[in-house]
Design a binder for this molecule. Structure first.
Ligand code: ACM
Ligand code: ZN
Length: 542
């Protein structure tokens, strides 16, 4: 007994000590290291994680912190709801702050305390603590005494994933969500359906996945006439969706599902050809691009269909905001369709300076969907095309064709989210196109450009600027067939986006960011994430 205690003691003292570094990504707003003479907190195998008794959400935070500690430094920390005055990391959510995602992280020799203005705020304090640790097993970690006061600049910090052009299994979605959590992202925009496949089970419309989830082949490279004849697809069941929604919620991430309508709908038309203007037949598209075949907006059955789909979507996803697309809806079929033209007549829609009659028919369609979702207590997001012909009242605009849509939205009292392609489309190449093994859109989007993005245009008044909810990175997956390649496209650019989303402009500096990114790269390595390493080499070469 005595001997083994001594052996443990000797083992402990012989371990090297490493110091935690609070210069993490995204950079906290204020880091006040206390007098360097004061002793910091030493993390030991006996350190416990405590949380406020009875708070199941903080308990979940504590479990995640324990996982992160294990991953970073290899310690298995015990979790308890008993308050401790010593040798503990104490989690609470009592901080008084108008920003619900604010937190304070305080380190003394006795305790690390993380107090959030909510459990979400607490979680961001956990992320900062996690990222401050070395990736080093078998060492003693000393956390210098500090007071960190931090809060995000934007309430909407999004990342999108297109699982329609390529389908990714449920486990991959969870790994993707883990990556978002590491970057303090709080919205996951999930693009579930498109011309190239319908990937979510809708129980009242079973044919959607029976006939629309798998395509017979995929074009090869950029050859639009080719086809690899390899069936591709799959779908998420209700059970899987509920599990993923919970997984994201545990990480304080809200999932915003997108069913893109009335265009990008060929996946659905295969199952319900009668909902197209020509009646089909249709097949799940095997090539990239935008199909001319869209939902017929003159057919009452179409409106019943979107009610069925959106009703189930609202049951599955608790998010107040539901994305209903609205982008890139060609009007050629509507111009020739007797039903669509009759609807235009019935509604008295006319082409004028506010848009064509067909754009106004789309506006009518989107308003119908918006009104239906309002009966379920939800509001819509649409791509900036929904401004054409008039956006539904209360609609949030996602501005992708530059920033003009967001500015117009904010000026007309609509909320807006910025995803302008030139800063936010991570399917674009990161730097040297020869580095990208798979061809993608050849536009360049290096990490420095992502970092330079400023979501609030100086022409907005302070009042209008309040409508800018935040920014989002988008990952369209025509040329991204694997999770590993998706990670390569995301990382490290998502880290740059995380500082756009989290940091005030006066707390941003690209060179300094890249220095802090060295440790983030170690975290990526520890987690086994694929990332664009050359982004770091380029920095070295400068
Ligand atoms: C989009 O990129 N079509 C929103
Ligand atoms: Zn029609």
């Amino acid at each position: 007994m005595f001997i083994s205690a001594l052996a443990i003691l000797a083992g402990c003292t012989s371990k090297p000590t490493t110091t935690a570094n609070y210069d993490v990504v995204p950079r906290p707003q204020s880091i006040e290291i206390q007098d360097p003479g004061t002793k910091g907190f030493v993390l030991k195998p006996s350190t416990k994680i405590t949380y406020a008794q009875g708070d199941s959400v903080l308990r979940r935070n504590a479990e995640l912190l324990a996982e992160y500690v294990k991953q970073m430094v290899g310690l298995d920390l015990e979790i308890t709801d008993k308050p401790l005055k010593n040798n503990a990391i104490a989690l609470s959510a009592t901080l008084q702050n108008d920003n619900p995602e604010a937190y304070e992280l305080t380190v003394t020799s006795k305790l690390i305390t993380i107090d959030g203005a909510s459990a979400a705020g607490n979680f961001y304090g956990i992320q900062t603590l996690r990222k401050s640790m070395p990736v080093q097993q078998d060492c003693l970690v000393e956390f210098p005494s500090v007071v960190i006061a931090d809060q995000p600049r934007f309430a909407y910090r999004g990342t999108h994933f297109d699982t329609a052009r390529h389908f990714f299994p449920a486990d991959s979605i969870k790994e993707y969500i883990d990556i978002l959590a590491l970057h303090n992202v709080n919205r996951f925009h999930w693009h579930l359906t498109d011309d190239q496949g319908w990937h979510i089970e809708i129980k009242s419309r079973p044919e959607l996945v029976e006939k629309g989830a798998v395509r017979k082949g995929t074009m090869v490279g950029t050859d639009f006439g080719s086809n690899d004849s390899i069936p591709h697809g799959g779908y998420y069941t209700h059970e899987q969706v509920r599990d993923i929604v919970k997984y994201a919620a545990d990480r304080h991430i809200t999932i915003i599902p997108e069913i893109d309508m009335p265009g990008h709908m060929q996946g659905a038309l295969c199952a319900y050809p009668e909902l197209g203007c020509t009646g089909g037949p249709y097949e799940v598209w095997m090539r990239w691009g935008i199909s001319k075949d869209v939902l017929c907006a003159g057919n009452d059955s179409t409106y019943a269909f979107i009610e069925d789909v959106l009703g189930e979507l609202a049951d599955l996803f608790p998010s107040e905001l539901i994305h209903i697309g609205g982008d890139e809806c060609p009007k050629a079929r509507w111009q020739e369709c007797p039903k669509c033209q009759a609807k235009i007549k019935e509604l008295g829609l006319k082409t004028d300076e506010n848009g064509t009659a067909e754009q106004k028919l789309q506006s009518h369609f989107m308003k119908y969907a918006s009104d239906y979702l309002a009966t379920k207590g939800r509001r819509i997001i649409g791509w900036d095309e929904i401004l054409e012909g008039g956006a539904a009242p209360g609609a949030t605009i996602m501005s992708w064709r530059g920033t003009k849509g967001a500015m117009a939205a904010a000026k007309s009292g609509h909320d807006a989210i910025l995803t302008p392609a030139q800063y936010c489309y991570f399917d674009y190449v990161q730097a040297d196109p020869t580095d990208e093994q798979l061809l993608s859109y050849a536009t360049m989007l290096p990490i420095e450009t992502v970092y330079s993005f400023e979501p609030i245009d100086t022409t907005l008044t302070a009042e209008e600027a309040k409508h800018i909810l935040g920014a989002q990175a988008n990952l369209w997956c025509e040329y991204i067939p694997t999770l590993s390649y998706a990670e390569y496209k995301l990382l490290p650019r998502l880290a740059a986006m995380s500082e756009v989303q989290w940091c005030e402009p006066n707390n941003k500096d690209f060179d300094q960011f890249m220095t802090r990114m060295r440790h983030m790269a170690e975290i990526y390595d520890a987690a086994g994430y694929n990332y664009a390493k050359f982004a770091f080499n380029q920095q070295d070469a400068q």
